[in-house]
Design a protein around this ligand. Structure first.
Ligand code: FES
Length: 140
């Protein structure tokens, strides 16, 4: 069996972080290959149910990332996301998931370097935490 590589589900805004991820790729910046991008029109569309479902289906961590404050194309979607992440950090421990497994980041379209760095840092932190109980019980 190979070394444990955490699976990170990244809900990313179409206008900012998705473009940053694309830029990271075209710039050949390394970030963990177990990152799974889910492109949303805005982080304000990320329903907390999606996050809980991701964890229950084996994600080791979830990133929600979009436009910087003041740059959201839908005015305040990113602020809604920030409130939901705060709530999720309170709820997730009740499901047995460490609150460090969810992260919010503002990453603009031109910030491919920041995207790659965020993903590498997150993967390193989650590696130290180890797999979730759900993940451990899954036959992969
Ligand atoms: S459009 Fe990017 S976070 Fe709202």
């Amino acid at each position: 069996m190979g070394e444990y590589e955490p699976t990170i589900i990244a809900f990313v805004c179409n206008w900012c972080t998705y473009t940053a991820a694309d830029l990271a790729g075209t710039s050949r910046l390394a970030y963990p290959s177990n990152t799974r991008l889910i492109r949303m029109m805005c982080t304000g569309m990320v329903d907390p149910k999606y996050v809980i479902k991701a964890f229950l289906e084996g994600a080791d961590a979830v990133l929600i990332s979009g436009c910087h404050p003041g740059d959201c194309h839908y005015i305040n979607g990113n602020f809604k996301a920030r409130r939901r992440v705060k709530l999720l950090k309170e709820i997730l421990p009740h499901f047995g998931f460490d609150k460090r497994r969810i992260r919010l980041a503002w990453i603009g379209a031109s910030e491919g370097v920041d995207f790659a760095k965020t993903m590498r840092e997150m993967a390193a932190e989650i590696k130290e935490l180890g797999p979730t109980e759900v993940r451990e019980q899954m036959v992969l």
